[in-house]
Design a protein around this ligand. Structure first.
Ligand SMILES: C[S@@+](CC[C@H](N)C(=O)[O-])C[C@H]1O[C@@H](n2cnc3c(N)ncnc32)[C@H](O)[C@@H]1O
Length: 251
């Protein structure tokens, strides 16, 4: 059974609310990522951007609205979330199924030139320290000089980490983020939708989706160290609320 626009829109709307529990000040964070990309792509005709771990395309869609001249490749390993994105568009976003870090994943992106930006939100914490070492190196190889990696995620601070986490929770509470359903209840409810039966069957066949590692627990400084080792310079946090950060690394 094909996925209807109405069903995709319903689940993505619920996704957007659910994700607010995990990404403090999520909407502002998306805006900051777009600010960074806008800055580094100024004057470029059709900048090429990759969204890593795009889910149903939350960031990709916002970037397409903000930078309508950009070409956006959105990559994820989850066929169900990708299908939501493909169904809802817009056409300037091209969705690719691949496991970031697996052999050949950068070729699977089908890029026709160097990237201007690689962006990601609430996704790279899935990758281990070892995987990130490799992935950051690969991204350094496909970004143009002056291009950026923009990682918006919950990143641990070296010091005062507990206080940062508390500040983030309070902020999320004031925005009523915890009134929304959580990750588990979203997936449990989606699984009950008969229109998604085939996509869930396809999802069950994806081995990468059922691993145990979900949060690498890496600090901001460790990310910065890995990025510098991979060949990036000017690595720094350009926005932060609690431990919700936008980390930028310039190639
Ligand atoms: C919490 S969701 C966030 C999705 C989206 N970026 C957002 O902010 O709504 C994390 C996403 O990362 C994807 N992901 C995690 N590890 C991945 C990997 N190694 N390769 C591809 N996708 C991955 C998951 O499938 C999931 O869609």
């Amino acid at each position: 059974m094909g996925l209807s626009m109405a069903t995709a829109a319903l689940w993505v709307e619920r996704w957007e609310r659910q994700q607010q529990r995990y990404a403090v000040d999520r909407e502002e964070r998306f805006t900051v990522v777009a600010d960074v990309v806008e800055h580094v792509t100024e004057g470029r005709m059709n900048p090429l951007i990759v969204d890593l771990g795009c889910g149903p395309g939350s960031l990709a869609v916002r970037l397409a609205r903000r930078l309508p001249h950009a070409r956006i490749v959105a990559v994820d390993m989850d066929p169900l979330l990708l299908e939501f994105g493909r169904t809802l568009g817009p056409p300037v976003v091209r969705y690719v199924e691949a496991v970031i870090g697996a052999d050949g994943w950068t070729s699977a992106l089908g890029l026709d030139g160097p990237l201007d930006a690689a962006v990601s939100t609430t996704a790279l914490h899935y990758l281990s320290d070892e995987q990130l070492q490799r992935v950051y190196g690969q991204l350094a190889g496909i970004l143009r000089p002056g291009g950026v990696l923009v990682n918006a995620d919950h990143l641990l601070q070296e010091d005062a980490a507990d206080i940062a986490a508390h500040v983030g929770r309070r902020r999320a509470g004031r925005q009523e983020a915890f009134a929304h359903e959580n990750w588990e209840s979203w997936w449990a409810a989606a699984q009950q939708d008969p229109e998604l039966t085939d996509l869930f069957a396809e999802r069950r066949r994806c081995p990468g989706l059922h691993g145990s590692s979900r949060n690498n627990g890496l600090t901001v400084n460790r990310h910065a160290q890995l990025l510098r080792q991979a060949g990036f310079c000017q690595v720094g946090c350009v926005w932060q609320v609690g431990n919700s950060c936008v980390l930028v690394a310039v190639r």
